[in-house]
Ligand binder design. Sequence first.
Ligand code: SAH
Ligand code: SF4
Length: 416
Amino acid sequence: MSLTETDRDVTPARKAAPRPPADGAAEMPSLIGLDRAELAEALASIGVPERQRRMRVAQLWHWLYVRGISDFSEMTNVSKGLRADLERAFTIARPEIVSEQISNDGTRKWLFRFPSRGAGRPVEVETVYIPEEGRGTLCVSSQVGCTLTCTFCHTGTQRLVRNLTAEEILSQVLIARDRLGDFPRGETPEGAAVPSEGRLVTNIVMMGMGEPLYNFDNVKKALLIASDGEGLSLSKRRITLSTSGVVPMIERTGSEIGCMLAISLHAVRDDLRDELVPINKKWNIAALLDACRAYPGLNNARRITFEYVMLKGVNDSLAEARDLVRLLKGIPAKINLIPFNPWPGSAYECSDWEQIEAFADVVNRAGYASPIRTPRGRDIFAACGQLKSESEKVRARERKALETDAARSALSSAGG
Ligand code: SAH
Ligand code: SF4
């Protein structure tokens, strides 16, 4: 994500009224997140004859992913009898919206509550929407908490509660589009894809809570449905998966999902990366970059994004900028400099703005595009690395202190 606006104004965010769950059948199996074969099996289980299943699957797919409906009664080309059977056995309801916050810069953050549905305990998940000129990016979570403990990341302080299911990952996209009014209303002929013109959610980044490559199967399933041309139709070039460096899963990400890859690099030496991104002790920088070089589909038009969080006095020297350029030589790459977003109890400070610019200069002069990611939605705790779900809520006093901090750093990053 290369973000352009600044969040100068950090007065408290508005809070929208929460919405109750769409139906009372929270624990029924959901049809969301099933692939076509599984949908056919679901139909078989309620007695739909085999010769009809393909056609019925296509109808369901259209209603769920082109029209975005969440109530069987809206499936007007499906007979009443079948609708009633579906409703008795399954749900297509959205999760509960616990809160919806809208930042002064237009960034939105939702807290969703998913019922257990046999997947383990009910969980609360954060999803963030970032509108920009000409595009809108949805930052999707893959796990609640994280097994990894990157020292600068708020999510890393929360132990893994559980992996999200494909339904839960995909539902974040569906419900965000609901709330943004991003599904076509009125007639859309069956078989028609969602128009990509004028959409509000144009991009997905797997950069919310969790390490997506430690939940590979569910992430893959959800992303293949999101990019299916007869459904949500998001281009794979507009879906980016960010990993801290789960090396053995990188090849499969390219060959089986085919999305864009982002790597949380953050350091150019193993001793420092061991500390900041502890998974580096398992797969070091050399192993990680080898996997990147071999990423299927990699070329100058499909580059890997290397993310680099700017930590004052820790990894932000110009010598490190030069080493970074040397390290990435030969890899079609973009470098994304992320100003560190503070959180209560974090041990780091964000680099000074002049230092970030000087660092970016070195990288730019070497021929890399290196957008500095402007922090978005800090006033509602929606910026990178600030996500952490309800189980350990930020106390009001800490939040106040952080808001003051965020206001200060937003002003300094705006050059004011
Ligand atoms: N687990 C995955 C994806 C989620 S984090 C990963 O680590 O790549 C998305 C990005 O935000 C990562 O690059 C992560 O390193 C970065 N990040 C985490 N905490 C941050 C913070 N406090 N400030 C800025 N960026 C942060
Ligand atoms: Fe987990 Fe990514 Fe945070 Fe590291 S940066 S703790 S991998 S969410």
